[in-house]
Design a binder for this molecule. Structure first.
Ligand SMILES: [Zn+2]
Length: 287
């Protein structure tokens, strides 16, 4: 027997009558202890002392609990429309939180475009962050430890609060203008490289690249041998081009001179001269 704090004397543990009522409930499909105001330990103790009862009741409880687990989220799962009335189907739903939550993509897009205005506390924190010299990516960036809100809210805040916009412009945009980003490196050329570039620019660019390289080489050779003055290059460059073709044509192979059949037809090409010739012969029905 057990005496309650209010002085009521009652039997300790579950009564047979209550255990029988619970069994009726289990048979009707309920697996919980709560409707009977019975703790699991008390029910378990009764089962331990009544093995026949336990053999019927425990499997029923387990089966009912499993069925209840399967019913979890049924209301949400059976929803065909979101709370704003957009249809929920494959085209409008994405799965969030590891696939356990359905989200309406139309609502997400609307929320992203029109986020709720930042709270006064958030505005104060962002203002403090800007005054402390933080960059926008620190207080708005995804994954930043100091993030206060996203860039979409920053945009809304700047549009709706001129005072904040002025602060943002002066402290963030004017201090770090985009034009500060270095887009190209300064290249310093040695005098020899500058001289090479000056001479190379005088040789016509429309020549095939290997011919042009040969002509530039011949010009430098002539300068080294003393047969050409550096300031005469512009006047005499055609002479060197003609000499190159004359030399190549010596073998009777046309104006392009001696060219390897395995050489690519252009600088970065994978096609060789041999491929082109084979293709033309095949087209002409000779191959
Ligand atoms: Zn929706």
């Amino acid at each position: 027997m057990w005496r309650s704090p209010k002085g009521v004397v009652q039997r300790q543990g579950l009564t047979d009558e209550k255990a029988a009522r619970m069994l009726e409930g289990f048979r009707a499909g309920c697996g919980a202890m709560r409707p009977y105001h019975v703790k699991w330990a008390k029910f378990k103790a009764y089962c331990d002392s009544h093995p026949t009862y336990a053999a019927i009741a425990l499997p029923l409880v387990a089966a009912n609990r499993e069925a209840a687990d399967k019913r979890k989220g049924e209301t949400k799962r059976n929803q065909t429309h979101c709370k704003r009335g957009h249809p929920l189907n494959e085209a409008t739903v994405y799965f969030d939180r590891g696939g356990s939550h359905r989200k309406c993509m139309i609502c997400t897009a609307l929320n992203s475009k029109n986020p709720p205005l930042p709270s006064a506390d958030q505005v104060a924190r962002v203002t403090a962050a800007i005054n402390a010299g933080q960059r926008a990516v620190q207080f708005c960036g995804n994954g930043s430890p100091d993030r206060i809100f996203g860039f979409n809210k920053l945009k809304i805040l700047r549009q709706s609060n001129p005072e904040f916009d002025r602060l943002y412009t002066t402290k963030i945009l004017l201090v770090r203008p985009r034009s500060n980003i270095v887009t190209h490196r300064e290249v310093t050329l040695t005098p020899a490289q500058q001289e090479y570039q000056r001479v190379a620019r005088l040789v016509p660019y429309q020549l095939p690249h290997d011919v042009r390289d040969d002509v530039i080489q011949c010009i430098f050779l002539a300068i080294l041998e003393g047969s050409l003055q550096p300031d005469q290059v512009q006047v005499r460059v055609k002479e060197f081009v003609r000499a190159h073709y004359r030399e190549a044509n010596k073998h009777g192979v046309g104006k392009f001179g001696l060219r390897s059949l395995d050489a690519p037809i252009k600088v970065d090409s994978k096609l060789t001269r041999m491929d082109v010739i084979s293709l033309r012969r095949w087209e002409a029905g000779e191959g």
